[in-house]
Design a protein around this ligand. Structure first.
Ligand SMILES: Cc1cc2nc3c(=O)[nH]c(=O)nc-3n(C[C@H](O)[C@H](O)[C@H](O)COP(=O)(O)O)c2cc1C
Length: 409
């Protein structure tokens, strides 16, 4: 039985039947005093806290735990084959009766470019030699398609309540089918123009992804990627501008890991938050041991935006690959082709206990990660934020809010 953090935490539990879970959910739903309930009402969740989909590191257990705490659990299906995506979503569905989110990528399919691929291999050659790898061996190919007809069939069959996309939206006929399956649609915007584009095409909520965010930048309207990467806006500036530009609920994402940041997001006009990095130390996450070690120590304080791991800018904990090979390289093979050649180096380095070549996706609030089960963390984040709202409403006195209000445990 999960540990409860306060007497108020009597939301649905994993072992409760659907009817008890549903009635607890409705009772809670009516009570939680979020200052903006537009997202919670739209998605039929108790707390407007969204677990970011994290392809490769998020698990169905992590997503289920967040759902059970009243948030929205997400499963990142981007790199899965359709049959695995079906299994993952069905398993998540078996663990919770509450709304779930399945996430997919809408990237432009990679075009092969032998010159760029050769240049990339040459760039890695000194490292191949250092690790005793033969640079002349053909690197295995890593690629996965964007959301397509096959994946759309998965969505139509398993019908998650919410489907979120990264890198824009699928082509209109696919989007129409997702909506016809009854799914609410969300997608990330890294600027006001992208937010307007998403709203116009029917997004029900927009994730405002600030530059602090861990993982890949969701930008999709950039003509000049390098210029756009340099222009990416932080969450504090981005959220209110997107809130002003669209009518649908806005979810703040990027560098949010505790009640201070969640309450700030609501002050900026957000109707909810999406957090990824904050969950990487939860036992349910598939974060490997060396990655966890980095997140626990001083290395968590330094993140960098780099394209070296996949060919697309993403925020990671700084390591040798990001700083020495990158951070940003011109003329890389298209996303996600560069992964394959790097994967060999990564495997060799990890054999030696090194994460010099491992993509350690993480946002700028990585040092604020708390190591606890995801259900407890989600309830704690909700409780601490609601307490903060009450303190704001009551007036906080000369000394401000207590400094230890939500310090990482
Ligand atoms: C490890 C990791 C993996 C991610 N994978 C995905 C993904 O598969 N799909 C997606 O839409 N976003 C992904 N993101 C980005 C998140 O949606 C979100 O923008 C980000 O986590 C917010 O910033 P934060 O990490 O500081 O909370 C990922 C983020 C991280 C940290």
């Amino acid at each position: 039985m999960p540990v409860r953090t306060s007497p108020a935490d009597d939301g649905p539990q994993p072992d409760e039947g659907p009817s008890i879970a549903a009635s607890n959910h409705q009772r809670h739903h009516a009570r939680a005093a979020w200052p903006d309930r537009r997202l919670a009402d739209l998605l039929q969740i108790e707390h407007p806290l969204v677990l970011a989909p994290m392809a490769g590191l998020g698990t169905v257990e992590l997503a289920a735990a967040v759902c059970q705490a009243g948030g929205l659990g997400s499963i990142g299906c981007a790199a899965m084959r359709p049959e695995f995506a079906t299994q993952a979503i069905e398993r998540l569905r078996s663990l919770t009766k509450l709304p779930i989110n399945a996430n997919f990528f809408c990237h432009v399919p990679a075009r092969l470019d032998p010159q760029r691929e050769q240049a990339w291999l040459e760039r890695l050659e000194p490292y191949y030699r250092e690790f005793g790898l033969d640079p002349s061996l053909p690197a295995p190919r890593t690629d996965f398609p964007p959301f397509d007809d096959d994946m759309c069939r998965v969505v139509e069959a398993v019908r998650p309540e919410i489907v979120s996309f990264h890198f824009g939206l699928p082509e209109p006929s696919l989007l129409t089918r997702v909506k016809a399956a009854g799914c609410r649609v969300m997608s990330s915007a890294t600027g006001v123009e992208e937010a307007g584009w998403l709203e116009e095409r029917g997004a029900d909520a927009i994730i405002a992804q600030g530059a602090e965010a861990g993982g890949h930048r969701g930008m999709f309207l950039a003509a000049d990627m390098d210029a756009e990467t340099a222009r990416q806006s932080g969450t504090l500036a981005l959220v209110p501008q997107i809130v002003d530009a669209v009518d649908v609920p806005v979810i703040a994402a990027g560098g949010i890991a505790d009640a201070r940041a969640i309450s700030a997001a609501f002050a900026l006009g957000a109707s909810g938050v999406q957090m990824g990095t904050a969950y990487l130390l939860c036992p349910e996450a598939a974060t490997p041991p060396l990655y966890r070690q980095a997140l626990r120590g001083p290395d968590a304080a330094v993140t960098v935006l780099t394209s070296v791991f996949t060919g697309w800018p993403a925020r990671v904990l700084a390591n040798r690959a990001a700083s020495e090979v990158g951070p940003i390289l011109d003329a890389m093979p298209d996303f996600p082709l560069p992964m394959a050649a790097l994967a060999l180096l990564r495997a060799k380095a990890e054999e030696r206990g090194s994460i010099d070549f491992t993509p350690l996706w993480a946002g700028q609030a990585a040092a604020l990660c708390r190591e606890m089960p995801a259900e407890i963390l989600t309830r704690a984040l909700a409780d601490e934020t609601l307490k903060r709202f009450r303190q704001f409403a009551e007036g906080v006195g000369r000394d401000g809010l207590p400094a230890d209000n939500c310090r990482p445990a």
